[in-house]
Design a protein around this ligand. Sequence first.
Ligand code: HEC
Ligand code: HEC
Ligand code: HEC
Ligand code: HEC
Length: 175
Amino acid sequence: MLLKRTLTIAFMVLFASSALLAQNYKYIGAAKCKMCHQKPDKGEQYKKWLEGPHANAMKSLSSDQAMEIAKAKGIADPTTDAACIKCHSTMGHIDAKLAAGLKAEEGVSCESCHGAGSKYKSASVMKDREFAMENGMILPTEEVCKTCHNEESPTYKPFDYAEKAAQIAHPVPAK
Ligand code: HEC
Ligand code: HEC
Ligand code: HEC
Ligand code: HEC
């Protein structure tokens, strides 16, 4: 009984301190990930992202369709309004003080899904999955996607994880 309670408290302290640490991770921007994640034999994740929907999510906010949606909601400029950029740009859903290299134009950048990279970006940390995760790296699951792919999206389409994940897949090829 006592042991159980001690363990519970130990876990609570552990979680509280990791939550505090999490706030120190800074968002470094996709250009930094590009340095190591653009080689074709390693899966060219940067190129796949750049050509996919997420890197282009800010561009969609300049379309006629975006202007129409915004107008109906009484929003003057969808490209800067928090109500739109909160899902269309990593910058829109983080504490601005933690941006260190990240740009709003990047749209939904690597770090929206993989976590702020300042502490895991070095090769020695990155090549060790567990160590990278201890330093803020996330291997996203459906829950991460649904922070944006939900009914709050004015153009919401039902989200089938397996299907949508396949559309944006950028695996490291098996050796
Ligand atoms: C200094 C080089 C370097 C930089 C910079 C870098 N990575 Fe990596 N990353 C690696 C290496 C090496 C691996 C191991 C897998 C491999 O060989 O491709 C890796 C693996 C990963 C993995 C897969 C982890 C796993 O175990 O499946 C993710 C996700 C990832 N990186 C995301 C990022 C993101 C996001 C950024 C930018 C914030 C970034 N990386 C920056 C070198 C780097
Ligand atoms: C930070 C918000 C955010 C997160 C997190 C996010 N997305 Fe998206 N996603 C968007 C936005 C915004 C668009 C629309 C881009 C555009 O066309 O302007 C989009 C578009 C897409 C599209 C193309 C349009 C469609 O619905 O078919 C796919 C596929 C997709 N996302 C898959 C995913 C998957 C899989 C995940 C989780 C691994 C994910 N997304 C996480 C914001 C996000
Ligand atoms: C809760 C997250 C979220 C918010 C808030 C959001 N969007 Fe989106 N937006 C998405 C996602 C996810 C997509 C991809 C398609 C889908 O599932 O809606 C998208 C797609 C779009 C598209 C492209 C539609 C297409 O099919 O090509 C436009 C235009 C757009 N959004 C405009 C806006 C505008 C304007 C606002 C602000 C009034 C806004 N969005 C707010 C998440 C969001
Ligand atoms: C919309 C969310 C999303 C964005 C944006 C995104 N990724 Fe990923 N990434 C994923 C998902 C989902 C996986 C698969 C995770 C798994 O296998 O558990 C993944 C896997 C990876 C892997 C590991 C591949 C493997 O086979 O081990 C690397 C490396 C990676 N991403 C790098 C990047 C880089 C670099 C960027 C930006 C240029 C980026 N990702 C942008 C969702 C995203």
